[in-house]
Design a protein around this ligand. Structure first.
Ligand SMILES: Cc1cc2nc3c(=O)[nH]c(=O)nc-3n(C[C@H](O)[C@H](O)[C@H](O)COP(=O)(O)OP(=O)(O)OC[C@H]3O[C@@H](n4cnc5c(N)ncnc54)[C@H](O)[C@@H]3O)c2cc1C
Length: 406
């Protein structure tokens, strides 16, 4: 297994100082602030404002040369070294501005375009993705295709030099705010399910696209249903070859798992503070659980750095990124359970800020354990791809998609 390179030669100090100086001049240092604040937007306007502020921040980072630091210059990147991107990532965590959803899709879609898009497409889309001039949503899941994504049914017929697309997508995060989407369509119903899918980019303002926000139980509308009725998409927007979209999809999903698994939301200090407030700091079981959480959290950070180093170098990650996401999900379970245990029964009904933070910590694990691939499916993938276990029985893998019962 590749070792984690956390050393920092003296010549990197200058870059660290340069980045730190820019952030000091342009961003807000995380202050004592409010450690119990939770990022949840229940009102449409504030959610949109948050999205726009994330987007504007990404544009400022791009203008300062801090987006795509290690990407090729001809595609809007900085042409720099992987360590530069790592230093910038580390420093950015000390400041409160976020690139949020646009940053997440850049991390997910960007490396897939770098690997699979044509030269013209890379020059066209990558600078706009990095600068957030265009924001992209993921149009993958369907009512009948989530874990078994390859069974998707949104149909694209070819008419001249256009696709004509009809179908429905669901759970599409931020689709109500994004300018473009990356969309999976079925282009050959007679081929087995993985071999008849095409990956296309679509302008969300195209006639025939209707986005309906889905309101969740906390009143926020994180994701949407997206209906496509005879949407005409230029074939020039196709990434890779016709019917060969599955390989690109796998690249996106691996980047997504790596991104979700690598997101660092510091919460150890809050757990320790909760233990202090509830006079449990000397309780041996609480201490054991806290240490278990801290160790797993630190190991996940190092694993994340290994995966990110490889992605930045354009190499295959040294481990299945699903493992990283699985670890991050399990860490959320640990921290959520611990927060609720420390808060006690009063924490369940209490509306205080620490109690609301604990509720959020407990609940968020459901989102993180489903979005970007469920934990059960990730375990299957890790078993098959990394451990060489027998493949899950799949009666429909070689059958024409058209003949699979739905
Ligand atoms: C916060 C969030 C954001 C999301 N954002 C997007 C987005 O932007 N774009 C998008 O396209 N989608 C998005 N999704 C959808 C997400 O990708 C799907 O929810 C996910 O792939 C699971 O699919 P499903 O919901 O259809 O569940 P199903 O696939 O129906 O699964 C139901 C249950 O069965 C289990 N299961 C299924 N198959 C197996 C198996 N072979 N072995 C063992 N267990 C199995 C699953 O683990 C799960 O517990 C998002 C989801 C969430 C929660």
């Amino acid at each position: 297994m590749t070792s984690v390179d956390l050393s920092e030669p003296a010549e990197q100090d200058a870059y660290r100082a340069e980045v730190r100086a820019w952030y000091d001049a342009n961003a807000t240092l995380n202050g004592p602030g409010n450690p119990w604040a939770i990022a949840s937007h229940t009102e449409g306007d504030s959610a949109r404002q948050f999205f726009n502020s994330n987007r504007e921040w990404q544009t400022r980072l791009f203008d300062a040369g801090f987006m795509g630091i290690a990407w090729p210059e001809e595609y809007g990147g900085g042409g720099g070294e992987g360590w530069m991107a790592r230093i910038e990532r580390e420093i950015s965590r000390d400041y409160s501005e976020l690139t949020g959803f646009p940053g997440a899709t850049t991390a997910m879609l960007g490396p897939a375009l770098l690997r699979h898009a044509s030269e013209d497409q890379k020059r066209e889309y990558l600078p706009k993705l990095l600068s957030a001039e265009l924001t992209f949503c993921q149009l993958f899941s369907e009512p009948g295709a989530g874990s078994d994504l390859a069974s998707l049914a949104t149909r694209a017929e070819i008419d001249g030099d256009e696709f004509v697309v009809t179908g429905q997508k669901v759970w599409n995060s931020a689709a109500q705010y994004c300018d473009w989407g990356f969309l999976l369509v079925r282009t050959d119903p007679d081929a087995p399910k993985h071999r008849g899918i095409t990956f296309v980019l679509v302008d969300m303002s195209s006639p025939g696209i209707e986005v309906r926000p889905l309101v969740q139980m906390n009143r926020s509308a994180h994701f949407n249903e997206v209906f496509l009725s005879e949407v005409r998409i230029p074939m020039a927007n196709m990434i890779g070859e016709l019917n060969q979209g599955w390989a690109i999809t796998r690249t996106v999903l691996a980047n997504e798992a790596a991104f979700i698994g690598g997101v660092k939301v510091p919460c150890a200090d809050n757990l320790i503070e909760l233990a202090r407030r509830h006079d449990r700091l000397t309780d041996p079981i609480v201490r054991q659980n806290l240490v278990q959480f801290l160790i797993r959290d630190r190991v996940t950070t190092w694993m994340g750095e290994q995966v990110q180093q490889a992605i930045r170098r354009g190499e295959m990650p040294p481990m299945d990124p699903g493992l990283l996401k699985l670890m991050a999900t399990q860490n959320k379970v640990l921290s959520g359970n611990l927060a609720m245990e420390l808060s006690g029964p009063a924490g369940l009904v209490n509306e205080s800020e620490p109690a609301r933070w604990s509720h959020h910590e407990l609940m968020i694990r459901f989102a993180i354990s489903i979005g970007g691939g469920t934990s059960e499916v990730l375990r299957n993938n890790i078993g098959e791809r990394s451990l060489g276990l027998p493949r899950e029985p799949g009666y429909d893998k070689n059958q024409p998609w058209r003949d699979i019962p739905r």
